[in-house]
Ligand binder design. Structure first.
Ligand SMILES: Cc1cc2nc3c(=O)[nH]c(=O)nc-3n(C[C@H](O)[C@H](O)[C@H](O)COP(=O)(O)OP(=O)(O)OC[C@H]3O[C@@H](n4cnc5c(N)ncnc54)[C@H](O)[C@@H]3O)c2cc1C
Length: 393
């Protein structure tokens, strides 16, 4: 029985506890025993997962107004525990539609959000480009006015659900100002003329990913999210909501790795006794359990701050993502170590987790970017407290 003591923490309320219990039971029964698809069946597999999640009513938290970040995180942790791609399918419905939920005009919300919630529409978030990953302000894709519409030219890469999505929330340069202040956010339908899936990208763990090309891609004027020039703000506010949930997914992987390891060390005999009796093994278990709880505290602190205190939560979100993803990598690695040869055997749970956890330290802002956000916030806060620079008193 997995440790669920965190559900009693004061960050959560009874509705969150109920959601987690019900989703956990659903996920164990419906997706827990699904295998990993290959590249050929990946899209079909993910479409099936979106439908199953919608039929179960589980996509509700991804399009709430406002989004319940604690529900989002609990759902991601729970789904990741059972099946990484179920978490991915759930998360992308949220990340891909989050900008519309947060900033979209009424007509945009009505056009897209019901379809996202009931699984008819698959969503994607298209920010990154070959020369603009960590450096979002370097986006080169342009959008120029063309009568009542916009014409988009450029390239997007590493786009999750690329080629599978029914629409993309896509960021392009409209030129109100240089750098970050000259970007705007659009909803681009997958069948928009001039949009092409140029390449599917295969990664370590199955994950629908593609590079997109835009060649005079026409987007009608009513598909702009927010005002021209607000794209960077739209992107960052969306990431503030979803970054803690990347931490939550990492937490789900880490918790699963810990549970697998606890089971293994209790069963496996080494030097005439269960492995769990070896103190070096206990030290690993202690570090893993501590890491999991510390990650959970940061993830649910960030989610609670977003839900209850409101406003921008960049600092809390960055801390949650950074700590939970880095820790999950170590926890999963220790689990593989404790399993010995079985740990690297293709098809074992910890071998799958080892591949699944890696990308989380890179996407939605690499760990280094999270450190910059945290450091800038700390320095700015110190400067505000001590305008003369006397930070040591
Ligand atoms: C599986 C996966 C799914 C993704 N899904 C999406 C998606 O749906 N939508 C989307 O828009 N993008 C997506 N991405 C792209 C992802 O957000 C970028 O890969 C990420 O932002 C890093 O950009 P980059 O790959 O261009 O690396 P670069 O920007 O070239 O950075 C390379 C490395 O440099 C380091 N680094 C970065 N900044 C600094 C710094 N200031 N100081 C020191 N070191 C630094 C980091 O370790 C980073 O990994 C996805 C990526 C992956 C791997």
């Amino acid at each position: 029985m997995p440790d669920r003591s965190y559900l009693r923490w004061p960050f959560l309320d009874d509705a969150h506890r109920a959601l987690t219990g019900e989703l956990d039971a659903w996920a164990a029964a419906e997706v827990g025993s699904l295998g990993e698809p290959d590249e050929a069946t990946l899209h079909e597999h993910c479409r099936g997962l979106v439908s199953a999640l919608a039929d179960g009513g589980w996509l509700e938290p991804v399009v709430g107004a406002p989004i319940d970040v604690r529900a989002l995180c609990l759902a991601r942790e729970t789904l990741a525990y059972h099946h990484g791609l179920a978490d991915f399918a759930f998360a992308m419905q949220g990340l891909g539609s989050g900008a519309i939920s947060l900033f979209g005009a009424g007509a945009l919300r009505e056009r897209y959000l019901p379809g996202v919630r009931d699984g008819r529409l698959i969503a994607a978030f298209a920010l990154s480009e070959p020369e603009a990953g960590s450096d979002v302000a370097a986006i080169a894709t342009t959008a120029r006015r063309d009568g009542d519409a916009w014409a988009l030219d450029g390239e997007k890469t590493w786009i999750s659900n690329g080629g599978l999505a029914d629409f993309y929330v896509l960021f392009a340069r409209t030129g109100q100002a240089p750098g970050a202040r000259g970007l705007s956010a659009f909803v681009v339908d997958a069948d928009a003329p001039g949009l092409r899936v140029a390449e599917r990208i295969e990664v370590l763990a199955p994950h629908p990913l593609a590079r997109l090309e835009l060649d005079g891609c026409r987007v009608s004027g009513d598909r702009l999210i927010g005002a021209p020039g607000e794209g960077f703000k739209v992107a960052m506010a969306t990431l503030d909501v979803f970054r803690p949930s990347v931490g939550a997914a990492a937490l789900g992987f880490a918790r699963r790795a810990l549970d697998e390891a606890l089971h293994r060390v209790s069963e496996r005999e080494l030097f005439g006794a269960p492995m769990a009796e070896l103190q070096l093994v206990q030290a690993k278990v202690a570090d893993m359990a501590l890491g999991v709880d510390a990650s959970a505290l940061l993830v649910y602190r960030a989610a609670w701050t977003a839900d209850v205190l409101g406003g921008r939560v960049s600092r809390e979100a960055a801390m949650a993502k950074l700590h939970a993803t880095e820790t999950a990598q170590r926890v999963v690695d220790e689990a593989v170590q404790l399993f010995g040869g079985l740990g690297v055997t293709v098809g074992s749970v910890v071998e799958r987790l080892y591949r699944e956890v890696r990308a989380l330290r890179i996407y939605e802002g690499a760990s280094e970017v999270q450190r910059l956000i945290i450091a800038r916030g700390a320095l700015a806060a110190a400067a505000e407290r001590h305008p003369q620079g006397a930070t040591h008193v």
